[in-house]
Ligand binder design. Structure first.
Ligand code: TRP
Ligand code: MN
Length: 421
């Protein structure tokens, strides 16, 4: 472990302080009600799917959702992927039973292997190095795609995948894309030189992951020579999980010492005192964009658990971004033994989140979701209804159940409607 961390300490940063500061500014706009946040990607990335197709498809669905949000709300969408470093998973239990055999839990490809053998489940420090290199190649591709034509608004139709196009949401997306085409033609006809407007052809895309394995994060934490400030250069934004947000714990201590934008997950048991203390600790300067609180309350709890927190943080004058993670509070095991989530619960939690913000006069800043562009069958329901018996068809996740491409687009339209209201 020591040898590997020393090696990583000597490798180049994955992201750079000026980019990180730009993200803080962009999130600052969300805190000030002038933008919305879309944070999305895999629950856990895997060493097995590192190819160009996999990266491009994950970006495609996020761009598609972002354009729906931007066009419908009339506000910029800050696009952050759970990608290029989302390799570590906190687990509720140190062991799990697979096919009748008790094994150490899978902790993400950063730590051990998903295969159900005792050998694979041994922690292997060389995985840290592999995660670094895969993150570097993923980032390289993301930079090329977002700056080199793939994210061009002129290609807005091409983000609709075939299996999505045939659904009602896909058709709705086609109509929206057609309107965007028309708006661009209109601007051109008015004499705007659309070709020279880089903002129409490129987009800013940031990367994030849970800062769980602190040795890895620390090895990539560097002083910015320009400002003298410390930055974790493993990602633009990192977040603290619900299980590690202990005020006296190492994860909070680490996050307090770096200048990146920080996320903190909050479950239904979070108290007003805890949350205010976390705000004071993580954002003592009350800087808009520095802290994003990501509520993962569960559809049944959100309207009870969230309002007191919104009021307390507001009254303390902390300019946080509030995001809704409608995934992690709504997980259960199906009768067929699959870990799953109901699409209806996910939408219901988002609606409750907006309702709570309406009541307290605060800004429902955005969403944090787990998705894949693939046609998987991991979450129940949605327009093209997935039933419990169908979960086994294409259940591919290494960890939590993700929205498929169709459900993701459906969710974007629902959030857009709530934003408009
Ligand atoms: N640059 C703008 C933005 O990021 C417009 C834009 C270009 C865009 N390509 C996009 C918006 C793709 C959403 C998706 O907001
Ligand atoms: Mn997850």
């Amino acid at each position: 472990m020591e040898r590997v961390l020393k090696e990583i300490s000597g490798l180049p940063p994955l992201v750079f302080p000026p980019e990180i500061r730009d993200l803080t500014s962009a999130l600052g706009l969300v805190a000030q009600r002038r933008a919305v946040l879309l944070q999305a990607g895999d629950c856990a990335e895997s060493f097995a799917s590192h190819g160009a197709d996999s990266v491009r498809e994950r970006l495609r669905v996020i761009l598609q959702m972002a354009v729906v949000l931007t066009y419908s709300s009339g506000l910029p969408a800050v696009k952050i992927g759970r990608i290029a470093g989302q390799f570590a998973k906190p687990r509720s239990s140190p062991t799990e039973v697979v096919d009748g055999r008790e094994l150490p839990s899978f902790r993400g490809d950063l730590v051990n292997g998903v295969e159900a053998t005792p050998e694979a489940r041994l922690a292997d420090p060389d995985r840290l190095l592999r995660a670094y290199h895969q993150s570097a190649s993923t980032l390289n591709l993301l930079r090329a795609l977002t700056g080199g034509g793939f994210a061009d608004l002129a290609g807005v139709h091409s983000w609709n995948q075939d299996f999505v196009r045939s659904s009602p949401q896909g058709a709705r997306y086609e109509r929206l894309a057609e309107e965007i085409d028309r708006a661009l033609r209109f601007m051109k006809a008015c004499g705007v030189d659309t070709r020279s407007q880089r903002v129409l052809h490129e987009t800013d895309f940031w990367v994030s992951h849970e800062a769980l394995v602190l040795g890895y994060e620390q090895a990539l934490t560097r002083v910015d020579s320009l400002t003298g400030d410390w930055y974790d250069t493993s990602a633009h934004m990192v977040w603290i999980g619900e299980r590690t947000r202990d005020l006296g714990g190492a994860h909070v201590e680490f996050a307090a010492g770096i200048c990146n934008p920080i996320g903190c997950k909050l479950g239904p048991s979070a108290t007003v005192e805890e949350v205010v203390a976390l705000c004071d600790r993580l954002d003592p300067e009350r800087k808009p964009g520095r802290l994003t609180l990501i509520a993962r309350m569960g559809a049944d709890q959100v309207t009870r658990a969230l309002p007191p927190l919104l009021r307390a943080v507001r009254d303390e004058g902390h300019p946080v971004v509030w995001a809704c993670d409608p995934m992690h509070g709504n997980t259960f095991t199906s009768t067929t033994g699959r870990k799953t989530r109901r699409f209806d619960d996910i939408l219901r939690e988002i609606a409750g989140f907006f309702e709570a913000h309406d009541a307290s006069g605060t800004w429902a800043g955005g969403v944090h979701v787990e998705l894949t562009s693939d046609d998987v069958t991991e979450c129940l329901g949605g327009g093209h209804e997935i039933l419990e018996a169908a979960l086994d068809d294409r259940y591919e996740t290494m960890c939590d159940p993700r929205l498929n491409g169709r459900q993701s687009l459906d969710l974007a339209f629902s959030v857009a409607e709530l934003l408009r209201r």
